[in-house]
Design a protein around this ligand. Structure first.
Ligand code: SF4
Length: 196
């Protein structure tokens, strides 16, 4: 694999494996051309994790911290994270706040309007498990994962912007390991291996 100082002359061949795509590209000086060989999964995952577009949507006090995270002080843009005004343009839903039964239907509908692949970040104790309303909040859903699947849970009441950024880094790790290969294909392959 390339080191930091490596330079590629024109028409060189670069073979990239094991999720080092972005670092290798950033650290490498290319000539006038070249070929890159890597896995489809790695390229697609890299593109997806480098352009996460959360829906601009918040339901309670945690949303204030979420909005601070979008400001210049925390600079989420450097991760390729930009809020979008429509669920149809978004691939991440940050559930920032208390999920009441009244809002639950709306949250589910917005989630279903998002394009695949879509991800959910549950931000704060309320969204994770009901938070301060856990015991006596008859009007609160005790965890948004009861209505939609959650990929990353961000703890806190409210979580600080740094914690939300940590949640995004976790989500990026998760996306990096995704595969387009159907699980069935892997099962078949494993069966063949055990037969041999
Ligand atoms: S977790 Fe705390 S800060 Fe966040 S919505 Fe609930 S009560 Fe508000």
């Amino acid at each position: 694999m390339m080191n930091d100082e490596s330079k590629l002359s024109s028409h060189s061949l670069l073979v990239i494996r094991n999720s080092t795509l972005e670092m290798s590209l950033l650290d490498t000086k290319f000539g006038q051309g070249g070929i890159i060989i890597t896995g489809v999964d790695e390229v697609i995952n890299w593109a997806r994790l480098s352009s996460l577009w959360p829906m601009g949507f918040g339901i309670a006090c945690c949303a204030i911290e979420m909005m601070s995270t979008y400001t210049s002080g925390y600079d989420l843009d450097r991760f390729g994270i930009f809020p979008r005004p429509s669920p149809r343009q978004s691939d991440v839903m940050i559930v920032a706040g208390t999920v009441t039964f009244k809002m639950a239907d709306r949250i589910k509908r917005l989630y279903e309007q998002m394009a695949e692949p879509r991800y959910v970040v549950s931000m704060g104790s309320c969204s994770n498990c009901g938070g301060p309303y856990w015991q006596h909040g008859y009007h609160v859903v005790k965890g948004v994962d009861r209505i939609i699947p959650v990929d990353v849970y961000v703890p806190g009441c409210p979580p600080r912007p740094e914690t939300l950024i940590g949640g995004f880094l976790k989500l990026q790790e998760k996306i990096r390991k995704e595969s387009l290969v159907e699980p069935k294909a892997i099962e078949k392959l494993m069966q063949k291996k055990t037969e041999v």
